[in-house]
Design a protein around this ligand. Sequence first.
Ligand code: ZN
Length: 247
Amino acid sequence: MPRSKAIKEGRKVFNNLYYFPENQMLDCNQYIIVDQNSDELALFDTGNGASLKGLFDGMKKINLDPNNITKVYLTHEHVDHVLGVYKIMEVMKENPPKIFAYGDTANILKGGNESKIFPGDWGIGPEMFGIEIEPLEIIDLIGLTEVQIFPGFTFQIHYTPGHSLGSISYYEPNHRILIPGDLVFTGGSFGRYDFPGGSLNKLIESIKFVNNLDVKYLLPGHMGISENGNQQIELSYRMVRSIRSFY
Ligand SMILES: [Zn+2]
């Protein structure tokens, strides 16, 4: 696996929300919310660890200080979304951010369960990203219906399995933001359901659920983002149901 130093070029989605698109294999899109009162930053998903330097460089380029990351929110337990946590804990050990995850994702990271972080038979391991998996301190979001990340940004927590056991979607109704991890993507695409812990039926149910939310900003774990969220989710919902009809 290339330990890419390529800078992750960020851009503003609106106001205090930034988008850092994935720029290498087995990485993910990342999102940052800035607290306008304190300059604190919240980061959604951490990438694969090898890409963290590129994120930090991209942040500095647009005047976001990585040292201000105080909270990290994970969408699900897969390598391309969580390995960066270990790197963050290493480089920010003086002042580590709090790490939030839900249910199975929280348990997998608390237990250092490598086989769930690397699902299926990819023939890769954490060492390829310069990471060692170890038990982490995680704040479990299970049981919460919403979480105030910063004033003006209160996200609902929705359990949306199908892609993985611990998959959640973060939904902010005022700005109409959906951060669904790998549940649903733009362009009619949707998450894989063939990994252990995945389920096509659950995926369809979860996409059906988010299809009923009022979404402007669709900010998925891979591929592009959209400001026509509902239109894009509807498209994915139609596509995923057409798959089921093959079986
Ligand atoms: Zn995934």
